[in-house]
Design a protein around this ligand. Structure first.
Ligand SMILES: NC(=O)c1ccc[n+]([C@@H]2O[C@H](COP(=O)([O-])OP(=O)(O)OC[C@H]3O[C@@H](n4cnc5c(N)ncnc54)[C@H](OP(=O)(O)O)[C@@H]3O)[C@@H](O)[C@H]2O)c1
Length: 265
């Protein structure tokens, strides 16, 4: 049986493989990476098959997942070479910023290209993966890609022109970043580390969980949580005056700029 093959055995491959195993994914998984240490660790933890030879890894693939950093993608695709892929095969790039138009220039016409942007939260089965398909991508192969990422969380098809904006917005790093900032601010106003962590985690996670129940709008929830003239209102006003919203826009714009830089190579 042909396998799901990951080229690159780093952070996101580790998270995806962990999520797939958690979900009971039973099909063979092969990982190729230039670091034997990473491969052995993935084999030890998740029972994946490891393949140190790139061409043998590609040959064993039913679905090939490109999981190297954007700057390494071209080199990897050149190493594979076009003559190596003559059969129809689904290749899914996880590389941020690299558009399908550039990816299609590699590996020959038999390849069906898709992009996917999973979140490392897929490790726990709670992730979200954005997907985009090249034109003419067969319906059965789309379903195969959706089913694969669907094992580790929700899957959302995004038009490619909005893919990068979606990517920089949905990163789980926002939650971790906000959590780290809130914990550190709480310590500065005198809370001990343990209490700061508990308070900050509840502040961020609980309100969002309630909003996701869909019973109240965000405006209603903000109104309920911040009594006019109260402490929460004072905190929000001060944060907004200090440029909280502008800083968020600047952050997302920087992510978009990096995605465009990845695309240029
Ligand atoms: N991390 C995330 O949360 C996340 C989420 C969604 C998408 N992505 C995308 O997923 C891709 C991988 O990200 P990552 O964070 O997992 O990167 P990573 O931890 O650096 O893993 C990539 C691995 O691939 C290896 N590699 C690179 N070129 C290779 C080659 N030609 N042959 C064999 N192995 C090679 C790297 O080795 P070296 O270190 O020696 O280069 C490294 O071990 C990126 O394109 C990123 O945009 C990441």
């Amino acid at each position: 049986m042909k396998a799901t093959v990951f080229l690159g055995g780093g952070r996101i491959t580790g998270a995806l493989v962990a999520g797939l195993r958690l979900a009971g994914y039973a099909k063979p998984i092969v990982v190729h990476d230039r670091h034997a240490r990473k491969l052995n660790e993935l084999k030890r933890q998740y029972g994946v098959n490891i393949e140190e030879d790139l061409h043998r890894a590609v040959d064993s693939a039913r679905v090939l997942i490109i999981a190297v950093r954007p700057g390494s993608v071209r080199g990897l695709l050149k190493e594979i070479g076009t003559e190596k892929i003559l059969r129809p095969i689904t290749v899914v790039s996880l590389a941020a910023g690299l558009p399908l138009s550039k990816l299609r220039a590699h590996l020959g016409p038999a390849v069906r290209w898709a992009r996917a942007m999973p979140s490392p939260v897929c490790r726990s089965g709670l992730g979200l993966t954005a997907v985009a398909f090249s034109r003419g991508f067969p319906a059965a192969s789309r379903a195969e890609v959706r089913d694969l990422f669907g094992m580790v969380g929700a899957v959302l098809k995004i038009p490619e022109k909005r893919f990068d904006a979606f990517t920089v917005t949905f990163s789980s790093s926002h939650g971790y970043h906000a959590l780290a900032a809130l914990i550190s601010a709480a310590e500065k106003i005198g809370l001990d580390r343990k209490s700061a962590r508990v308070a900050a985690a509840h502040a961020l996670a609980d309100g969002i969980a309630v909003w996701r129940e869909g019973k109240s709008s965000l405006d209603e929830l903000l109104h309920e949580a911040a009594t006019p003239g109260g402490t929460a209102a004072a905190v929000m006003d001060a944060m907004n005056r200090a440029g909280y919203r502008q800083a968020t826009v600047r952050g997302l714009r920087a992510g978009m700029k990096q995605a465009a830089k990845n695309a240029r190579g």
